[in-house]
Design a protein around this ligand. Structure first.
Ligand SMILES: [Zn+2]
Length: 469
């Protein structure tokens, strides 16, 4: 019998199954890909120079994972949530609540948090979703201004309309400054059953027809292609603690219209107009929801006493926060090809000294896929391998305690398609003492014959967390 292909019952950890084992997941966003003619029919992971991932695959075990549940779009927030084992049907609340967690805003149960872009309108159309590359310092001035000018009068009128006492209505609306053009609108008692238009999906379209509408309570359909754009509910009961969908839509639309008056007169935009530059002249809220009801990973896996998430992406930080992980912000982590790989590696190594569970997310591979840049994506995979995974593995081998490592993407972002696709992703799991499964390399094709086979959704984290326990 060829021992390199021996498959043993999983998962005992080495010779000391009673011993605790720390866990680290290293995720290359959008890393997997398709076969490409320019690479002689190889996939990107087959062609990339990534000796460390290949070594871990050779010494460990591989498989493939379905990361996107049926009916959901293959978005990173969906796939990363599923990889951590959560049921999207139970916990998915859109971007607003995830970004709230990343910003550090602790949502109350009756809060409704919605992503609030500051965008550019011209001649009745959406020109950019990013307010003419708005910088965070400038955005902070505008957000402060909106909080001073907009929240109070709106609340007063709304209070009378709804017959709510002055005390409870006082904090109905709040803007919270995020990063660049990406901010947050929190509406106390707002209703999530509304239909909003993501502004990046509607460039050069008239904005008025895209204003917020209440969901049709009677619509029953599969999960929409974009969860922010349509309804999945089969009738929702009126909640006395919340505004109705219509009231919420009316309130947001009034905020949008008034923001346009106010922002057009602000010195920042007057200055931009004088220089012939694009103005940041309207708020545009989309993708809102309530505080997700997520059990922490510690509640689900008692072997995890504390954990950390390392990512430049606010959505991933938000998922980690609700999963009970502390957010480690690494200086120079940009989400782009120039991201601070070494800084992330060091942060992960430090976290492994104090925490039992570390989730490291690198965005650069996905960005290169969206750019359709083959060389850049190959380089991003190589950088992830050599500048992040290698130092982590070297440190883990010197540590006095066992660490279990997993490497995987969240979804493919093929360079020739430039969008996310919904296909299983290859993964590898490695730890000291693991019995190899014969897979020699980490790539889309080799992992098909891995010992774990094809796993679905939460089966990955359950398998991974059972190692060493
Ligand atoms: Zn992407």
């Amino acid at each position: 019998m060829d021992t390199t292909h021996k498959v043993t019952e999983f998962p005992s950890f080495g010779e000391k199954p009673e011993q605790g084992c720390k866990h680290i997941i290293i995720l290359g966003d959008g890393m997997s890909d398709h076969a490409v003619e320019r690479l002689g029919g190889k996939t990107l992971l087959q062609a990339a120079d990534k000796p460390m991932m290949d070594r871990l695959a050779r010494e460990g075990r591989c498989g493939r994972l379905v990361t996107v549940p049926e009916g959901f779009p293959p978005g990173s927030e969906v796939a990363n949530t599923a990889i951590l084992g959560y049921d999207l049907n139970e916990v998915y609340e859109g971007r607003g609540p995830l970004e709230a967690a990343s910003i550090g805003y602790d949502m109350a149960d009756d809060d409704f948090a919605i992503r609030c872009n500051i965008i550019t309108l011209e001649d009745g159309k959406i020109i950019t979703h990013n307010g003419g590359n708005l910088e965070t310092e400038d955005a902070r001035v505008l957000i402060d201004y909106l909080n001073e000018t907009l929240a109070a009068p709106i609340n007063e009128r709304e209070r009378k309309q709804l017959g709510i006492s002055a005390e409870t209505s006082f904090q109905r609306v709040k803007f919270i400054c995020g990063i660049q053009y990406r901010h947050l609108l929190v509406i106390k008692g707002g209703n999530k059953h509304i239909v909003c238009a993501p502004p990046h999906d509607h460039p050069n379209e008239a904005w008025r027809p895209l204003l917020v509408k209440p969901e049709e309570a009677s619509v029953v359909s599969g999960f929409p292609a974009d969860p922010t754009e349509a309804s999945v509910v089969s009738g929702f009961p009126a909640d006395p603690a919340r505004l109705s969908p219509q009231q919420t839509a009316d309130l947001i639309n009034e905020l949008i219209l008034r923001s346009q008056d106010l922002l057009a007169k602000h010195p920042f935009n007057l200055g931009r107009a004088a220089r012939g530059e694009r103005q940041a002249n309207s708020i545009w809220p989309w993708s809102g929801g309530y505080r997700p009801s997520m059990q922490t990973l510690m509640q689900q896996y008692p072997q995890i006493k504390s954990g950390a998430v390392i990512s430049a992406v606010d959505l991933i930080q938000g998922i980690g926060k609700y999963a009970g992980l502390r957010i480690i912000k690494v200086p120079g982590a940009t989400g782009l090809a120039n991201t601070n790989y070494e800084g992330k590696a060091q942060a992960a190594i430090e976290a492994l000294k104090t925490d039992d569970f570390v989730f490291v997310h690198v965005e650069a591979t996905d960005e290169a896929g969206h750019d359709g840049d083959l060389e850049l994506k190959l380089r991003a995979i190589n950088y992830l391998d050599q500048r992040l995974i290698r130092p982590v593995v070297e440190a883990v081998e010197k540590m006095g305690e066992p660490v279990c490592i997993a490497v995987l993407p969240d979804h493919p972002t093929p360079v020739e398609l430039r969008i996310h696709v919904n296909e299983p992703v290859p993964f590898l799991i490695w730890h000291p003492g693991i019995v190899p499964d014969g897979v020699q390399r980490y790539d889309e094709i080799s992992c098909v014959s891995g010992a774990y086979g094809l796993l679905r959704l939460n089966q990955f984290i359950q398998t991974f967390m059972s190692i060493g326990h």
